[in-house]
Write a protein that binds this ligand. Structure first.
Ligand SMILES: Cc1cc2nc3c(=O)[nH]c(=O)nc-3n(C[C@H](O)[C@H](O)[C@H](O)COP(=O)(O)OP(=O)(O)OC[C@H]3O[C@@H](n4cnc5c(N)ncnc54)[C@H](O)[C@@H]3O)c2cc1C
Length: 385
């Protein structure tokens, strides 16, 4: 082994929010980040149609690694309450930050703003894609698409749902399409949103409106693929009217402020999060339905767990030691499984067509859950981690 390639302690493949957050958390260590350019930030006054609801736990982590303060305050919107409606339009469950003893339930932040903040001061080794990895007992060799090679004690696959690192490590996946596409777009709203996040289960489709700075909201509408094609083909005025109607005019008249985007949805789970000298993080390891806004949050929790394991060990001689990777994998198994099961369960419960009995049961369940403070607190605690 050895040769001419530069050697690193950790090589991170993928510069989405998960890979970049890990690079940021490990700053000061010998880390190589293999990442394409971050998406360009929208012009002042314009908005990115991709947004995340970031949990308070992850916001605190982003603060600790110095990224949170780089997001302009006027591009962050706190969520103070959440209203979720069943598919009869009446049953509902409400979450309130104040009553949960928290300042906010989540923060809404644009993808491009978060990525720009995470990239601050992070050195990118190469923007070429990783094509091959080959692990031996001491290290892993990576070959990039521009012919450059490097070596690392540990390779982190943060390269998204179609992860090359995962495929090359022989880690298999369970995967299923949801036969749904998320249509995302931002709107101005006539009535103040008062920092409330809204969600309507619609007997299959799920519509969410998340508060943005100013009187604007971000929509994630998960619908059947054919319905997504129909929505995407609507003129802006028609789309506004359709969304206003579907949201029961809760925010009054809407005005489109970004070009809508359509993102196909799938569920994916890697059988393992590690292989010898390899760790998978974020969407490379697990992809969940966006109805709970928890995909990136799970990925950032992976980052926290791996950074803790790597930075917490006494001797930093080998980041790819199997006992460290086992510790990381064990620490994530339960949280990933329970979030995946909860989100998938909700999708199945509310995703089937409106059978009358099932519909009244699930709506009654929502009303009941709303009156059970213990259950509500459990749900909140999981979503805020
Ligand atoms: C409609 C929608 C709404 C969502 N809303 C929320 C939300 O509110 N809250 C939330 O927590 N989550 C949300 N999610 C989930 C969230 O978007 C993802 O979980 C998150 O973006 C995953 O980040 P990642 O960095 O793991 O992967 P990605 O964002 O997929 O990043 C992977 C990166 O790796 C790069 N890459 C790929 N292959 C290679 C290679 N071979 N070599 C080098 N680089 C490579 C890619 O270019 C990319 O930059 C939502 C998802 C959808 C679809």
């Amino acid at each position: 082994m050895g040769g001419e390639e530069p050697e690193f302690e950790v090589a991170i493949v993928g510069g989405g929010i998960v890979g970049t957050a890990l690079a940021r958390a490990l700053q000061g260590q010998r880390v190589a980040l293999v990442a394409q350019a971050a998406p360009s930030r929208p012009a002042p006054g314009a908005l990115d149609a991709r947004v995340y609801a970031i949990s308070p736990g992850n916001a605190a982590f982003l603060e600790r690694i110095g990224a949170w303060k780089s997001i302009p305050q006027d591009r962050l919107a706190p969520v103070h309450a959440m209203r979720v409606f069943g598919d009869d339009g009446k049953a509902r469950i409400e979450f309130d930050a104040y009553r949960s003893g928290a300042a906010e339930l989540a923060w809404i932040v644009e993808d491009a703003e978060l990525q720009a903040a995470l990239r601050w001061g992070v050195e990118v080794f190469s923007a070429a894609g990783c094509e091959r990895i080959e692990a031996n007992a001491e290290s892993v060799a990576l070959s990039l698409s521009d012919g450059v090679a490097l070596r690392a004690k540990l390779v982190v696959g943060a390269d998204g749902a179609r992860s090359v690192v995962r495929a090359q490590s022989g880690i298999s996946v369970r995967e299923q399409g949801y036969d749904q596409t998320a249509v995302v777009a931002n709107f101005s709203c006539e009535r103040p949103h008062r920092n409330v996040a809204w969600q309507w289960f619609q007997g299959g489709p799920v519509l969410a409106l998340l508060p943005l700075p100013g009187e604007r909201v971000s929509m994630v509408w998960s619908v059947a693929e054919s319905e997504a094609a129909r929505l995407m083909a609507l003129a802006p005025r028609e789309l506004c009217d359709v969304v206003a109607l579907a949201s029961h005019h809760s925010l009054g008249a809407l005005g489109l402020v970004t070009v809508p985007r359509a993102l196909p949805l799938r569920r994916l789970r890697a059988q393992r999060m590690t292989a010898p000298r390899i760790a998978l993080l974020g969407d490379a390891a697990h992809v969940i339905h966006p109805l709970a806004g928890q995909g990136a949050n799970l990925g950032l929790q992976d980052v926290r767990a791996l950074a803790d394991v790597l930075l917490g060990r006494e001797s930093f001689r080998d980041a790819g030691e199997s006992r460290l990777l086992r510790r990381f994998e064990r620490s994530r198994a339960e949280a990933v499984t329970s979030m995946d099961a909860a989100v998938h369960g909700l999708h199945r419960l509310f995703g089937s067509a409106r059978g009358e009995v099932l519909a009244s049961l699930r709506n009654a369940g929502l009303n009941l859950a709303d009156r059970l403070p213990v259950l509500k607190n459990l749900l909140i605690r999981q979503a805020m981690a």
